[in-house]
Design a protein around this ligand. Sequence first.
Ligand SMILES: NC(=O)c1ccc[n+]([C@@H]2O[C@H](COP(=O)([O-])OP(=O)(O)OC[C@H]3O[C@@H](n4cnc5c(N)ncnc54)[C@H](OP(=O)(O)O)[C@@H]3O)[C@@H](O)[C@H]2O)c1
Length: 438
Amino acid sequence: MSGFQRVLLLGTGPTSIQLAVTLKKQLNCDVGISGRESVRSEKVFKALESSNHLIQASVQNEQHQAMAGQCYVDKVFKGYETIQGDWDTLIFSVTTDAYMDVLKQISDDLLKQVKCVVLVSPTFGSNRLVKNYMRRMNPNVEIISFSTYFGDTRWIENQPRNHVLTTGVKKKIYLGSTHYSSENVDQLRQLYERLGIALEIMKYPIEAETRNISLYVHPPLFMNDFSLRVIFGELETKKYVYKIYPEGPITQNLIEEMLAHWKEIITIIEKMNIQSINLLKFMIDDNYPVRQENLSRKDIESFNHLPSIHQQYLLYIRYTSLLIDPFSEPDEQGKYFDFSAVPFRKVFVNKEGYWDIPRMPKEDYYRVKIIQGIANYLKVDCPTIDRFIERYERKIDQFARSHSGELRSHAFTAQNFEEDLQMICDEFEKGYKEKSKS
Ligand SMILES: NC(=O)c1ccc[n+]([C@@H]2O[C@H](COP(=O)([O-])OP(=O)(O)OC[C@H]3O[C@@H](n4cnc5c(N)ncnc54)[C@H](OP(=O)(O)O)[C@@H]3O)[C@@H](O)[C@H]2O)c1
């Protein structure tokens, strides 16, 4: 029987609302939404209550009509500890650093009867983390990792409520399951096909988890001195994530670090005997295409085998080719759409009244610390990753000192995420033992 008859979404962000609409519309299953209680979620819970659990997803572009719709959610749970009932599938659409926090609040009885867990936007090692936690009470549960969330979704008018806007949809997503070629995987493949998204099924979950472009580009783009000064409010002028210095952080040095960082990750991946990726091809074929006049197919295909300086040159061309959207229509002045004008978000006072760090780079800090921990476990040197972390931790410490009398979130404290790392490495250990037995 399908594992998608009674589906519970964990998280009250825009992705949860879009996923709930999609699941109802495409699979007509029972859908529940649950979340922690916070100032932000309070607005979502209130809107759900006053609309009788009605939710809505709108789209910016006509071609994404399959994502649009409205429906009634069957159950809403305020606080993960309040979840009740039998749910076949749990879908994690919380940020990747919150999986353990959420799991620990859900009752063991509920976790025991779940058949499938889906991680919408995991990071390197997340599947193993969840598997390790679930092992104790439900060792046969299927755990599915997507490479990333399928779109770009935000709140309508920037207000957390019951209505979201999807502004973009990915062409291709990767998926890996603990149960290779299962009925649930097949059902997800068909669902994504109906949405117009190609779903490539990988042999192992970690292969899907490594096919996330943020993993490769966020640390160099956000954890350099220039970007950190912007994010932590030291520069007044508006700056843009994907622009060339001085409008943005992209310099010769950033490209060099981006390449070195990718090389460190592929050394880790190869040490785990899993298929690594061609960074340039992944950027262009799976994410944003450029015109063939800008980058040749031959260079894209042979990227992994070129000397470092040639690789840096090609990455630099990739970023300069995307300063404008090369496929947009030019205006009367010959100007193309300013694709790279994505402003940095800065530290802000959150709705609880605490200083907080925007998701980029807060979520990237967790990701990169987990990769550093896995590298240490595998005895792989990662000097570039170490440098990103040192810079970031120096900056949060500096901010904490200069705002010592003020309320600050936990994000301003350096962390080791020891528990998560230990659980992930335990799973590696178990995997090696099982392999050596067979
Ligand atoms: N939105 C997109 O277009 C998009 C695109 C690609 C990837 N993603 C990824 O998809 C995931 C969800 O995105 P979203 O836009 O829906 O995110 P979001 O609005 O930032 O947050 C999603 C949920 O995570 C919860 N959460 C955060 N930290 C938590 C913690 N420590 N314990 C428990 N719950 C916690 C939030 O609760 P509160 O509201 O109480 O903070 C909220 O319910 C993120 O990892 C994001 O990076 C999103």
